[in-house]
Design a protein around this ligand. Sequence first.
Ligand SMILES: Cc1cc2nc3c(=O)[nH]c(=O)nc-3n(C[C@H](O)[C@H](O)[C@H](O)COP(=O)(O)O)c2cc1C
Length: 198
Amino acid sequence: MNAPAKTTRLPEHPVDPQFPGRWSPRAFADTALAEGDVLTLLEAARWAPSSTNVQPWRFVWALRGEAGFDAIGTALVPFNRDWALRAGALIVVASKTTRTASTGDEVPNGAHAFDAGSAWMSVALQAHLSGLVAHAMGGFDHAALAQAIALPEGHVIHAVVAVGHQGDPATLPESLRAREVPSPRMALSDLAHRGKFS
Ligand SMILES: Cc1cc2nc3c(=O)[nH]c(=O)nc-3n(C[C@H](O)[C@H](O)[C@H](O)COP(=O)(O)O)c2cc1C
């Protein structure tokens, strides 16, 4: 089970507990994931909304122990490699930057990144609902990762997501142990404005 969120996660307004309850630990248990575990996360992502239902998100994933996992892991920055290689699976979140217009032409899809973000959030929330944890990382070598996953032209990589069963913080490098707690949030009044920015 996921560790309960600490008091830094008190919502200001009524909200389903999954939202403050989801967080991004770095400690993973040494428990393997099965293909079906990952496919359930990606199935959740498949149902995300997207501009004109283009569904621009693309995923490349591998289970720990597979060559693909090592290839993705090698492209992570050392800070992330220090903890993420213990995850049960790594998922690369990418998107196709163009869509096919009614004329048949490929035209820029200005919403591809926004939509890929929606899909990642579905992965994260489904992981939480499945009793797993998911931790997104932007810290990777883009060129190396693009090569490792054979990224097609016209696609961009947004993040690598480490997923698995939550583990004991004691397994983390010492520098990360104190950071293994759910983070707080800005006040809603700093983020949301009624009518116009104040
Ligand atoms: C696009 C993106 C990139 C991130 N990159 C990293 C990263 O490279 N390394 C890391 O340890 N955490 C990374 N994070 C995790 C964030 O730091 C984390 O989501 C944020 O602090 C909020 O905490 P929470 O997810 O526990 O609520 C990233 C998260 C996102 C969404």
